[in-house]
Design a protein around this ligand. Structure first.
Ligand SMILES: [Zn+2]
Length: 637
C-alpha cells in the first residue's frame, strides 16, 4: 500500500504567539512574531509536505485513569493542557468522555472546543526564563503531542529572555535559522522522536511493546538499530543516524560511498547531545547544536524529515533530479570518507586546508587576528579560530602538541576554522561588502556584490607592497562549465580550471603577484550551475539550482535579495523562490506586482516535471475572466 502522491500537501503550521505577546516588548514582538517566525514557517510550509489533518486540528485530552472493565476514561490528566512552559487553550482539545463514577450511567463530557482550523501542527511560542536558559542558549523547543501515527502535532518553542537583545541589533539570517532549527526539533529532529519514526509503508521502524510504545532504556525511548547505531568510542557514547535517505544524501554530499551512518553531536549534555548533527562534520548546518554566522539547510536534514515517515520534502532525495529546497551547504562536500574519519589536524598540519586552519591567534580571551583567510565556503574574509584556551582541552579534542591550543568552538571538536569577520554585530560577506572593502579594494583590486567570493591571492596594484603570503581577498567570480573566471581588476581576469585547485596563477597588467586557485566545486558546484554566472546573480544565502535562485529561509525575490519580513511581503506576494512543484497559477491575479520580478523564469514553460499543478479559480475573478474572454472572442459584443 502506498499513499497517493497527491495526498501530500504543504504543511500548515499554526503559530500560537498569545503567550509571547505579554512576555516581550512591542518591538521584539513585531520582530519575532511577524518577521522571524513567519519567515521560518513560510519556508517550512513550502519545503515540507504532510498528509493533512482532516477538519480542525484537535488534541486529545490525555486520560489519567482507565476503567479496566470498559476501557473508558475515568478522569483526564489534571495537567493535560501543559506543553512545556505553555498552557494550550482548552478550545484546542476535542471533547472527552469521562466516567468518574466508574459506571456508564455516570459518564459526562470533559469539554474541549472547536480546535484549530486549517492546521496540521500547532507551535506554541513563549519567552520565559527557565532552568534550561543557561549559557548561550537562545531558544529551545520540544514536542508535546503526537498523533496516532506518532507525528508531532503540538510543540512549544521558548525564547530565553536573557539572550534576547533588542530587535535592531539582531542578525536576521541567524534568527530565522534559529526559528527554523527549533521548529525542526519539534517536527522530527530530536532524540526523543527518532524511536517513533516510521518507514515508507507507515510501519514503526522501532518495534513496539505491548502498549504500542518503543522500548525504554535508562528512562528514555530507544530507537532501533535500523534508525540509530550506538557506538562506544574510547568510553564516549557516539550515535549515528543510519536511516536510508539520510545515508544516501550523506554519501552523495561527502563523496563517501562506504558511509553507513551520519554522526550526531556527542557533546552538550541533555539539551544538545544526540539531537543535532555533529558540528565537526556539519559545522554551519542549521541543525548543528550551536548556530554559526549563517546556517544552511542540507539535504541530510531534509532526508531525515522524509525518513521519519511523516513528511515529504522538496529535495532530500539525491535521485530526484536535485530539485531540492536545501541551501548552500558546502562544509565537507566532496571531501571523501577521510573527512569523516580522520582528525582535522594531523602532525600540526590541516588535513583539509580549505576547511581547517592552524594559525594561532594567541590567547583565546584576547585573540589577535593574524593573516586574513577565506571561510570554507569562500563567502567571507575571516581569521583562523585557533587560539590558546585557559585550560588544557579534553584529551580526545587535542589536535596540537600544546594541549591548550585549538579552535574556539567546542561543538566543532575544537577543530580550528576560518570564521567570517564581524562588523556592527553582523558577519561580513564578500557579497555584501565589509569593513575591509574601502581600505583594500583599490590596493588588491577587490570587488563586492552578489558574485564576489573570497579568493587567496598576493595580487597587488603596482606601487603597493604585496603581501608575502597569499591572503583572502573579495573578487568577482564567474562560473564556466569547467573553470572559474576570477576578476583582478576591471577587465583583467585569471582563469582557474576545474582540476587546478591550489595552483598559483600569475596576474599581469597593473597588478603583480598571483592567485591561488580555489576548489572549483566549492564555488561553482560540480557542473558550474551553483555559482555566480553572468546574468544570474543570487544573493547569498540563496543558491543557484537549475538556472534559478533557491532562497534560504528569511529571503525572497528573484535573486533572493529581499528579506522575508512583514513589510516586504505585500510587495512580493509571489516573491518566494522555491522549487517549482508548489507553483500556483491564479486567474485574475498578476504574477508579479513589482518591477523587480520582470523576468519570471517559470513562465510560460515548465522545464521539469512538477508533481502537481494546481489551477485555482475564485468565482469573482472567473466572471471577470469570462467577460474579458468574451471581449476577445467577440470584440463586437
Ligand atoms: Zn537545537
Amino acid at each position: 500500500m502506498r499513499v497517493q502522491e497527491t495526498a501530500w500537501k504543504p504543511i500548515r503550521i499554526h503559530l500560537d504567539t498569545s503567550a509571547l505577546e505579554s512576555q516581550v516588548d512591542a518591538g521584539q514582538l513585531t520582530y519575532l512574531r511577524d518577521d522571524v517566525l513567519q519567515a521560518a514557517v513560510r519556508w517550512l510550509s513550502n519545503a515540507v509536505q504532510v498528509l493533512p489533518v482532516e477538519g480542525s486540528l484537535r488534541y486529545e485530552q490525555q486520560c489519567a485513569a482507565v476503567l479496566t472493565a470498559s476501557g473508558r476514561c475515568a478522569r483526564v490528566q489534571a495537567n493535560f493542557q501543559e506543553c512545556g512552559p505553555i498552557t494550550i487553550p482548552r478550545e484546542h482539545f476535542a471533547d472527552k468522555e469521562v466516567c468518574p463514577s466508574g459506571r456508564l450511567a455516570g459518564c459526562e463530557v470533559s469539554s474541549g472546543g472547536a480546535g484549530i482550523p486549517n492546521a496540521d501542527v500547532g507551535i506554541y511560542v513563549s519567552a520565559v526564563q527557565t532552568q534550561w536558559c543557561t549559557g548561550t542558549t537562545v531558544a529551545y523547543a520540544s514536542t508535546c503531542r503526537q498523533a496516532e501515527d506518532d507525528r508531532p502535532v503540538a510543540g512549544y518553542f521558548n525564547f530565553c529572555p536573557n539572550r534576547l537583545s533588542p530587535a535592531a541589533e539582531r542578525n536576521w539570517h541567524q534568527d530565522v535559522a534559529i526559528a527554523t532549527h527549533e521548529i525542526l526539533h519539534t517536527m522530527a529532529f530530536s532524540s526523543s522522536l527518532f524511536p517513533f519514526f516510521r518507514d515508507i509503508l507507515g510501519t514503526p521502524r522501532t518495534p513496539r511493546n505491548d502498549w504500542g510504545l518503543p522500548p525504554i532504556q535508562d528512562g528514555s525511548y530507544r530507537a532501533d538499530s535500523s534508525t540509530l547505531r550506538v557506538e562506544d568510542v574510547d568510553g564516549l557514547e557516539r550515535r549515528f543516524i543510519v536511516l536510508p535517505k539520510v545515508v544516501q544524501a550523506a554519501r552523495h554530499h561527502f563523496g563517501c560511498t562506504s558511509l553507513e551512518g551520519v554522526a550526531l553531536e556527542e557533546q552538550g549534555g541533555d539539551g544538545s547531545a544526540f539531537s543535532h548533527w555533529d558540528a565537526r562534520i556539519m559545522h554551519t548546518e542549521v541543525m548543528a547544536a550551536e548556530s554559526s554566522a549563517m546556517p544552511r539547510i542540507s539535504d541530510m536534514t531534509l532526508a531525515l524529515m522524509e525518513d521519519s515517515g511523516w513528511y515529504r520534502v522538496l529535495g532530500g532525495l539525491v535521485a530526484s533530479d536535485g530539485d531540492s529546497a536545501a541551501g548552500h551547504f558546502v562544509f565537507g562536500r566532496g571531501k571523501g570518507c577521510g573527512f569523516l574519519q580522520q582528525s582535522c589536524i594531523i602532525d600540526s598540519q590541516s588535513a583539509f586546508p580549505d576547511t581547517f586552519c592552524t594559525e594561532s591567534q594567541g590567547d583565546c580571551s584576547h585573540p589577535n587576528a593574524g593573516t586574513v583567510g577565506c571561510s570554507h565556503d569562500h563567502l567571507s574574509l575571516g581569521a583562523c579560530t585557533n587560539c590558546l584556551h585557559r585550560d588544557s582541552l579534553p584529551a580526545r579534542y587535542r589536535h596540537f602538541d600544546n594541549p591548550r591550543l585549538g579552535g574556539i568552538a567546542a561543538y566543532v571538536g575544537y577543530c580550528p576554522t576560518v570564521e567570517p569577520f564581524w562588523s556592527s554585530g553582523q558577519p561580513t560577506f564578500c557579497a555584501s561588502g565589509g569593513v575591509y572593502s574601502d581600505r583594500t579594494s583599490q590596493r588588491f583590486g577587490e570587488s563586492h556584490g552578489p558574485a564576489s567570493r573570497c579568493v587567496l591571492s598576493t595580487a597587488t596594484k603596482s606601487g603597493f607592497v604585496p603581501p608575502e603570503e597569499p591572503q583572502g581577498t573579495c573578487r568577482d567570480v564567474f562560473c564556466l562549465e569547467d573553470a572559474v573566471r576570477i576578476r583582478i581588476s576591471d577587465n583583467n581576469f585569471v582563469l582557474c580550471g576545474k582540476e587546478e585547485t591550489g595552483v598559483r596563477k600569475s596576474v599581469f597588467g597593473q597588478f603583480a603577484g598571483y592567485i591561488l586557485c580555489p576548489r572549483y566545486a566549492t564555488i561553482c558546484g560540480q557542473t558550474g550551475a551553483e555559482g555566480p554566472r553572468e546574468g544570474a546573480e543570487c544573493h547569498f544565502p540563496g543558491t543557484h539550482r537549475h538556472g534559478r535562485c533557491v532562497c534560504a529561509p528569511g529571503t525572497m525575490g528573484a535573486d533572493c535579495s529581499v528579506l522575508d519580513k512583514a513589510a516586504n511581503r505585500q510587495d512580493f506576494p509571489y516573491g518566494l523562490r522555491y522549487p517549482q512543484q508548489e507553483l500556483e497559477l491564479k486567474v485574475g491575479l498578476e504574477l508579479s506586482r513589482t518591477e523587480g520580478l520582470l523576468a519570471w523564469p517559470l513562465a510560460p514553460a515548465l522545464q521539469s516535471q512538477p508533481r502537481l499543478i494546481q489551477f485555482k479559480v475564485d468565482p469573482a475573478t472567473w466572471q471577470q475572466f469570462l467577460s474579458s474572454l468574451l471581449g476577445l472572442l467577440c470584440p463586437w459584443a
